[in-house]
Design a protein. Sequence first.
Lengths: 112, 111
Amino acid sequence: DAGITQSPRYKITETGRQVTLMCHQTWSHSYMFWYRQDLGHGLRLIYYSAAADITDKGEVPDGYVVSRSKTENFPLTLESATRSQTSVYFCASSPEVTYGYTFGSGTRLTVV
Amino acid sequence: EDKVVQSPLSLVVHEGDTVTLNCSYEVTNFRSLLWYKQEKKAPTFLFMLTSSGIEKKSGRLSSILDKKELFSILNITATQTGDSAVYLCAVLGGSNYKLTFGKGTLLTVNP
């Protein structure tokens, strides 16, 4: 299917475990982003990527790792999950830096 | 630090009312301002504004940008229950042209 897809939709994990959230887009957009959305904070940028093998930190990168070996995939890894990382995570993509973003459907992550 | 502030944070109206949502910003290297609507899932794109004073319109929704005063408004006329959602304002700019979001306005339209 064309578009941007995230998996899984829901995930429950234990404190200290490593977990990876997947993001895949079919448009060959250069730019991809990871945001987390929390009540009272809105959407905050975790990491972004301008192209394959180019990534940079956003506003709240601590505790997260990203990679982008292929243009279409941008996985987000929580190396050792903490309860404060319980959130809804959105992936987004854009063809150009000055365009608006298209968002995936989100992953609701609960860390217990 | 780039900042986007939306007001009000929440709003409850009756069907048929007209609402105005506000967004002010302080962003370096401003490129554009975007409005998104978020219901249960992902934010969906409404408008992108780049020039002052030019109204963008889509059905009952309209928006305008004032680059001198650094704000935008989103108007919804003749509201319907289906307009109930969180409306997000985001500004594209900063050192690496990233989107910075406000916290959103939760609009509830009662029948």
